[in-house]
Design a protein around this ligand. Structure first.
Ligand SMILES: NC(=O)c1ccc[n+]([C@@H]2O[C@H](COP(=O)([O-])OP(=O)(O)OC[C@H]3O[C@@H](n4cnc5c(N)ncnc54)[C@H](OP(=O)(O)O)[C@@H]3O)[C@@H](O)[C@H]2O)c1
Length: 277
C-alpha cells in the first residue's frame, strides 16, 4: 500500500482562491515525478505466485520494473500479484510454465519476450524443498530436487541469455544455506543448492561481460503459515537470534540488481547461521 501524502491548501485558479486539500499516494506521486532505479526495466520472477518470489516481484515493481509473474500451479495467486503490481503503477503479466520441462521454459521466455519486448532481470526463485536422507531418498526425490532447483535455473538462463545480453541485464539465482552446510535430512536439496552456487559462478563467466550473475543464499525466512519449529530451530543456531523476513531478501535482490561491478558472487543472507555448523 502507498503511504499517503497530504499537500494543501493549494491555489488552483490563480486568483488567490485556495481549494481544499490534495491527497496523493506517495508511491504514485513518486513515479510521476522522479525516475526510479529500475524504471523501464523488465524483470521475470520465476515462482512469483506466492511467498518469497511474490515479495521479490512486488519489490522490483516498487523500484520501477515491469514484471513477468511466473507460476506453475498458483494461477490465482499469480493473477493477484499482477493486480498488486498494477496498483503500484507498473505493468505485469502472469505466465504459467512447468520448469521441469525445457520446452515449457522456452515457451515462457518466448512469451515474456513478445509481451514486453525486453528482459533486464531474471530471478530464479522457483524451487522445491524435499526431505531425503541416506535411507529415504528415492530416484524420484533426487530427480525432482535436482530438476527443479538446478536444471531449471540453467535452462532458464539459457533461454533468457539472448534477451539479457541485449539489455546488459542480470540473473539472480536462489541458493540456500543447505547448499553451503549440507543437511543430512535433505541430501538432494543440499546438493541441488550447492549446484546453484557453482552454476552462478560458471554462468557469470560464460555470460560476461554483458550479463552479471549472482545468487542469494537465504537462511530460514519465515512467512505466515510456516511451522513454528522452523523458527525455533533456526533461532538457536543463528548468531543474530532471529529468522529472516521477506524484506531481508527483497532488499538483497534490489542491491544485486543494481550493483554493476558484482558478478559470480553468493550473498549469504542468514543472520550468521552458516558461521556455526
Ligand atoms: N523460504 C525460505 O526460508 C528459504 C530458505 C532458503 C532458500 N530459499 C530459496 O528461496 C527461493 C524461494 O523460497 P520460497 O520458500 O518462497 O519457495 P517455495 O514456496 O518453496 O517455491 C516457490 C515456487 O516455486 C514454484 N515451483 C516449484 N516447482 C516448480 C516447477 N517444477 N515449475 C515451476 N515452478 C515451480 C512453485 O510455484 P507454484 O506455486 O505456482 O506451483 C512455488 O510457489 C527458493 O529457491 C528456495 O529454495 C528459501
Amino acid at each position: 500500500m502507498g503511504r499517503l501524502l497530504c499537500i494543501g491548501p493549494i491555489e488552483l485558479s490563480g486568483r488567490g482562491e485556495s481549494v481544499g486539500i490534495v491527497v496523493l499516494s506517495l508511491r504514485h506521486e513518486h513515479s510521476l515525478t522522479m525516475s526510479l532505479p529500475l524504471q523501464g526495466q523488465v524483470a521475470l520472477v520465476a515462482g512469483a505466485g506466492k511467498r518469497l518470489g511474490q515479495a521479490v516481484a512486488l519489490r522490483l515493481a516498487e523500484e520501477g520494473a515491469n514484471v513477468v509473474v511466473h507460476y506453475r500451479s498458483s494461477r490465482a495467486e499469480a493473477q493477484d500479484t499482477v493486480k498488486e503490481i498494477e496498483k503500484i503503477g507498473r505493468r505485469a503479466v502472469a505466465i504459467g510454465a512447468n520448469l521441469g520441462e525445457v520446452v515449457e521454459i522456452k515457451r515462457l521466455f518466448d512469451e515474456a519476450g513478445r509481451h514486453f519486448g525486453r528482459l533486464d532481470i531474471l530471478v530464479n526463485s522457483a524451487a522445491n524443498f524435499l526431505r531425503g536422507s541416506m535411507v529415504s531418498t528415492t530416484e524420484e526425490i533426487w530427480d525432482a530436487a535436482l530438476g527443479t532447483n538446478l536444471r531449471a535455473p540453467f535452462f532458464c538462463a539459457q533461454a533468457a541469455a539472448p534477451l539479457l545480453r541485449r539489455t546488459q541485464g542480470t540473473i539472480i539465482n536462489f541458493a540456500d544455506t543447505g547448499g553451503l552446510l549440507g543437511w543430512t535430512g535433505y541430501i538432494p536439496h543440499s546438493v541441488s543448492k550447492a549446484g546453484v552456487v557453482m552454476l552462478t559462478k560458471v554462468l557469470a563467466k560464460a555470460l560476461a561481460p554483458e550479463v552479471r550473475v549472482n545468487a542469494i543464499a537465504p537462511g530460514t525466512i519465515t512467512m505466515e503459515g510456516d511451522p513454528t519449529e522452523w523458527e525455533n530451530d533456526f533461532i538457536k543456531l543463528a548468531p543474530l537470534r532471529r529468522t529472516g523476513k521477506p524484506a531481508d531478501i527483497t532488499e538483497s535482490v534490489v542491491f544485486l540488481a543494481q550493483s554493476k561491478f558484482i558478478t559470480g558472487q553468493v550473498l549469504v543472507v542468514d543472520g550468521g547461521r552458516s558461521l556455526s555448523q
